[in-house]
Design a protein around this ligand. Sequence first.
Ligand code: DX5
Ligand code: ZN
Length: 214
Amino acid sequence: MKIAPSVLSLDYSRFNEQINELNASGAEWIHYDVMDGHFVPNLTFGPDILKSFCKVSPLFKDVHLMVTDPVFFADVFMKAGADQITFHYEAMSSLDEIRKLAAHIHASGKKAGISIKPKTDVSVLEPLLKDFDLFLVMSVEPGFGGQKFMPAALDKISWLRRHLDEISSSAEIEVDGGINADTGRQCREAGATVLVAGSYVFKNGIKTAVESLR
Ligand code: DX5
Ligand code: ZN
């Protein structure tokens, strides 16, 4: 299981202390939530902040684009140091456009992920199973940290686990929203391989929280 703390919930008044703790916590990834105030009703970080994270942390930068124009922003964040770009199925207009962006991300030497919101049926991903390194199941409405886990995400994770196993794919299944030790265990049992956690990690001791998610 990989753990991806979401720095949306990092305490920026204690940045140095928190980033050092995060680097030493055993977490594999930093989950970096980009919101444009349009695709979701909240606004977060631009590319310059990601560049700073790259300077102070060696962890893999897992960039989650919650934006209306992923085609434009994928390049912006790849240039700023993203290791992986995950964009939303709902922001795209066709399967062709989705595959084209995945191919562009791969051609840039980065990993590509696709995400679905809680109201989107997981079966929309069936034609795309071979195109991505990661499938991100949202277990809350994207936009804010600290929301309650929606158990309907578990069936989507199981569906992905079954379908990826059928084609012997080693793609990651990531889940994001309302993850704590209990909901994290349920996701692991359903077949998830990456847990994103924001408030749970940063409102408890970072290292203890990360270890409790494994
Ligand atoms: C929500 C973001 C999440 C958020 C999760 O839209 O995509 O990554 O940080 O926060 P928690 O873990 O507090 O639900
Ligand atoms: Zn996220």
